[in-house]
Design a protein around this ligand. Structure first.
Ligand code: TRP
Length: 447
């Protein structure tokens, strides 16, 4: 089975796919609003620190594991622990987390698709904030419309993933990622040339450390992992389609750097526009659905730029969604011997069903609460705040205490490593990385 495993055809398109996985709703929807809520540029500095220390090592670690085993996350842990013990459960946790994340991720991605149309059709309702809020509330509380778009998003993910690595993932990332960059540059030019844009730029780049709280530090760490698609084996799976010649370290650096630059550029699109039209940056999750349409209404050619923005958001979500579906599909293909078609169709169906209560929790299921969270928040809370961090802790413990740093270094194609490298990596994967992330998990438990 391993011989016939499909591989990426070109390094550049593998990197495009991995950047596609990393750049998603996290960058365009979440990063701007958490930055807005937590004091702007000081928060960004903390976030950058975690990207380098935790994120970069996480990406390189996951890619190396996947490439070494040439298998899905469950198979990877099983194989590299010599088919003994319970390590495969770390992979199972990843697959389950992926399942859950995609189910609600797809709901928000569906909103993005809907807003491509709404930014044209409802344009005149966006003349003031109250109108935009009304449009968003009417849409998300409607039982049917968001479900249809959630279904469309899952269908699109499935149609790409069903064609496999080269004619599915590689081909579509090759088309979607350059389009994403072009739209981003167009939006950037528009936003930065608005009168008053400077205040937004200032907000992003002039640090005010008095605004950094302990909670902000936790949010920054959690987001550094989420935005790089870490903790559920997405990078393990993409790494498993790499051949042994690729340089994983440089790939990891490029992936982390591109993701960060695109998040910052998305911030540079959103904040100057928000400030230029007198909006408030700290409004939270509804920032891009309620505030931005008003911003677009008031700028020249607003219909065009609004539509572009939501196409941009949709593409970013699609290239991430397919990377999550691929993890789930690859598990059933590698481990259960299912055909790709069967695996993708069945899993898409189940994920769609699981997404239904998430979608409805903004309307008819609003009052269905557990731990004071509605279904959507519950899924997000457990998967993103516990599932992913736990996945990262297990991965780094596995690399240091089970697979061994020497095997890891070998996988990075480093011959005769210096002692300092070995010790450094042991400290990093054995203590620093799991320690930092455990602190976050524990603090969340008691907060
Ligand atoms: N990184 C993506 C984003 O920023 C989301 C994502 C894709 C993801 N694959 C993942 C998050 C795997 C966690 C794990 O939107």
């Amino acid at each position: 089975m391993e011989k016939s495993r499909e591989h990426w055809r070109y390094r550049i398109w593998f990197i495009a796919a991995a950047v596609g996985s990393a750049v998603g709703l996290g960058n365009v929807w979440k990063f701007p609003y958490i930055t807005g809520e937590n004091g702007g540029s000081a928060f960004i500095l903390v976030y950058l620190f975690f990207i380098v220390v935790v994120g970069l090592s996480g990406v390189i670690g996951e890619l190396a594991l996947g490439r070494a085993a040439q298998l899905n996350p469950v198979g990877t842990y099983y194989q590299l622990s010599d088919r003994k013990g319970f390590w495969y459960l770390a992979g199972i946790l990843g697959v389950i987390t992926g399942f859950v994340i995609l189910s609600y991720y797809s709901v928000v991605a569906g909103w993005a698709i809907a807003y491509i149309f709404k930014s044209v059709k409802d344009f005149y309702d966006f003349s003031e904030a109250a109108g935009a809020t009304q449009v968003f509330t009417d849409f998300k509380t409607n039982p049917l419309a968001p479900l249809v778009f959630h279904g469309i998003f899952m269908f699109l993910c499935a149609s790409i993933v069903v064609s496999g690595v080269q004619s599915g993932l590689e081909k579509w990332n090759k088309i979607l990622m350059p389009s994403l960059l072009i739209i981003l540059l167009v939006l950037l030019l528009r936003s930065l040339t608005l009168p008053g844009a400077g205040r937004g730029v200032e907000f992003l780049f002039q640090p005010d450390f008095s605004k950094i709280s302990f909670k902000a530090v936790l949010i920054a760490l959690g987001h550094a992992c989420f935005t790089l698609s870490l903790g559920m084996g997405a990078m393990i799976t993409y790494g498993s389609y790499l051949n042994s010649r690729e340089n994983i370290v440089s790939a990891g650096i490029v992936i982390a750097a591109c993701d960060t630059v695109i998040a910052l550029l998305a911030g540079l699109v959103i904040f100057p526009a928000v400030f230029a039209t007198g909006g408030e940056p700290g409004v939270g999750p509804s920032l891009i659905f309620e505030i931005l349409p008003v911003v677009f209404y008031h700028m020249p050619l607003g219909i065009f730029f609004g539509c572009c923005f939501f196409i941009f958001l949709f593409i970013a979500a699609l290239t991430s969604g397919i990377s999550i579906l691929e993890v789930v599909a690859a598990y059933f293909i590698d481990e259960k011997g299912w055909s790709r078609r069967k695996s993708v169709i069945l899993m898409t169906g189940i994920i769609f069903l699981l997404g239904i209560p998430s979608s409805l929790s903004f309307g008819i299921l609003e009052n269905l609460k557990l731990f004071n969270l509605n279904f959507f928040d519950l899924m997000d809370h457990f998967a993103a705040n516990y599932g992913l961090p736990l996945g990262i802790v297990l991965m780094s413990i596995f690399i240091n205490w089970h697979w061994g740093v020497r095997n890891f270094i070998k996988e990075l194609n480093v011959r005769s490593p210096k002692k300092i490298l070995v010790v450094g990596l042991k400290v990093l994967f054995g203590f620093l990385l799991p320690g930092l992330v455990l602190v976050v998990i524990i603090c969340q438990l008691f907060s």
